[in-house]
Design a protein around this ligand. Structure first.
Ligand code: ZN
Length: 228
């Protein structure tokens, strides 16, 4: 049986940038306190966090949205235990999304990422034919590769939570955290579809907040003294 992996959902058709009707306003001190907490948690766990800015009246509120990748440890183990095709497809979907994201960020490593993604998908599929100690060892090896390729480098929003946020008001920007790096080429690309806010936390706990529209990022003014 040949399983087909789903297309990466982070990719959308590049149709040129349309200036958004509602520009994201400078974030408030309240937003920035929330960003600081968000970035600290993300750094502790080495898993990106994020959410959306929603316009309610003249206020812009931040709503955190779960990174679905966070559950992949459990999903991976479930697949190893039960070999359910649906779990395999979801893992493949995340692998493909990570592949396109990371290739866009680091084009020079395209062949490495492509080979890693293909290897993980192929061996995961083959896991069902192996048993015993060999199976456990392969599963552990594949998890390390999966973690390296997918888990620590992606923010993939929970779609149900995103829909719920949409019902609360107009979404003016998508927010996600970075540990000590600025916006990536992928973030520039995504900002052509919807404004992006990248919250960067530095090793000294200071924060830099980047705002991107139409592929260009600038640094937002700070409202709070972040290092404490
Ligand atoms: Zn990013």
């Amino acid at each position: 049986m040949r399983l087909r992996c789903l297309e990466a959902i982070v990719l959308s058709v590049f149709a040129g940038c349309v200036t958004p009707q509602v520009q994201p306003a400078p974030t408030t001190a309240e937003n920035q306190h929330e960003f600081l907490e968000l970035a600290r948690h993300a750094r502790e766990e080495n898993i990106e966090r994020g959410g959306v800015i929603v316009l309610q009246g003249n206020r812009q509120i931040f709503i955190e949205i779960e990174n679905t990748i966070r559950k992949d440890n459990g999903l991976f183990q479930q697949y190893v235990d039960f070999n359910r095709p649906q779990d395999y497809l979801t893992l493949c979907e995340h692998i493909d999304a990570a592949l396109s994201t990371r290739t866009r960020c680091e084009p020079k490593l395209r062949s490495y990422f492509t080979a890693e993604a293909a290897y993980i998908k192929m061996r995961l599929n083959g896991l069902q034919y192996i048993s015993g100690e060999e199976r456990l060892q392969l599963a552990a090896q594949l998890w390390r590769k999966y973690e390296h390729l997918v888990l620590h480098n992606m923010y993939k929003m929970n779609q149900e939570q995103y829909s719920a946020a949409e019902r609360q008001g107009h979404i003016t920007a998508v927010v996600h955290t970075h540990d000590n790096t600025g916006p990536s080429l992928q973030d520039e690309y995504l900002s052509t579809t919807i404004p992006q806010i990248v919250v960067r936390i530095n090793p000294d706990d200071s924060l830099i907040i980047y705002s991107g529209i139409c592929g260009k990022f600038g640094i937002m003014p700070k409202c709070i003294n972040m290092a404490n």
